[in-house]
Design a protein around this ligand. Sequence first.
Ligand code: XUL
Ligand code: CO
Length: 436
Amino acid sequence: MSEYFPGVEKIKYEGADSTNALSFKHYDADAKVLGKTMAQHLRFAVCYWHTFKGSGADPFGAGTMIRNYNDSDDPMKVAEMTLEAAFEFFVKLGVGFWCFHDRDIAPEADTLKETNERLDVIVAKAKKLQAETGIKLLWGTTNAFSHRRFMSGAGTNPSPEVFAYAASQIKKAMEATHELGGEGYVFWGGREGYDTLLNTDMGKELDRMARLLQMAVDYKSKIGFGGQLYIEPKPKEPTKHQYDFDAGNCFGFLQKYGLLEHFKMNIEANHATLAGHDFQHELAFCAANDFLGSVDANRGDMLLGWDTDQFPTNVAEATLAMYTILQSGGFTTGGLNFDAKLRRQSTDPTDLFYGHIGAMDTFARGLKNAAKMIEDKTFENAVKERYAGWAGELGKKIDSKKIGFEELEAYTIENGEPEIKSGRQELFENMLNDYI
Ligand code: XUL
Ligand code: CO
């Protein structure tokens, strides 16, 4: 097998004082934090689409990145070389997981049957590479948004034929994920949304999106696929309004259609900010509702209104994210998938390593900071104190549904004006900075 990243050795932990840019300064895979290794906590995954299929193309210009694994006119040869390059990259970087869309790993052919056969060839090769390297599949997914047939959506398409095509594609991608021992399967809404309500029957589209998900749930149980199903919310782009707007929106949708028990969320940082939330808000909403599953780790540019998918480098943000994740019990089937891409001018293959190393170090620092915050109980105790009143007689009666409006009115008349307590936001923010 050729070497696709010559000159890069396996990335090692060298500590914070290292001057080697191809080393980890903070991510020490086997180091223990709160009883588990960093690798077990963070469950890093590399995404196939940006890392190996991204070319630097943007709406104003073609690709800028030239890769040796693309060097063939035969699309299947390219697919095979790319897979080899990908596994070389995973091993050299030292991640435990990868994620893909069906169409990332195997190119579409003229018919669905032929496309599926191509996918089978690549899945067989991936299975072999997984066995040789120990790298596992965090999740698989379907690309039902790039081809022109999906321009008006997949499950929400006005045409039942397109719905059928999407369903067939999901069926096959789920089988591939199952075959590769995938720990999860993601539904990102792609083009499930609308650009104008003038041509859109929103109610029917939502019903059909639920129908497609229900079919996936049924098929999952039929083939005995034990992975976790996730929905990845995003408010806009490519459509003006994506139905899976944010975690709260998905929660309501899944509950309405009786699907809640079958899904958890895959929260992407840049999608959260596009929805007008911060990353931690989305994680905290999921944690509060017991459906935090996995994370697409990246960052947006706060001055831009689209999904820039940059590598995460903000230690404070990673600390808050890891704090919420650890508080909710940590990852089980999920992990941190770097849904991040190089900037168009970062054209060297080595830039892929720099992007991932920085991101992994950022989350390693986030993990260590969050673990310290949890051990010290600084915030836990401060929050507990803020809500302490609820441990009293009145609070207990309200929580246990023992009293209603009349009793509360009588209580307020008797006891008068409630005591005012400071929320102390500035103090809390200073406390956080002590950990960064
Ligand atoms: C798109 C996005 C997707 C999903 C998988 O914004 O994040 O790549 O993660 O379909
Ligand atoms: Co994503």
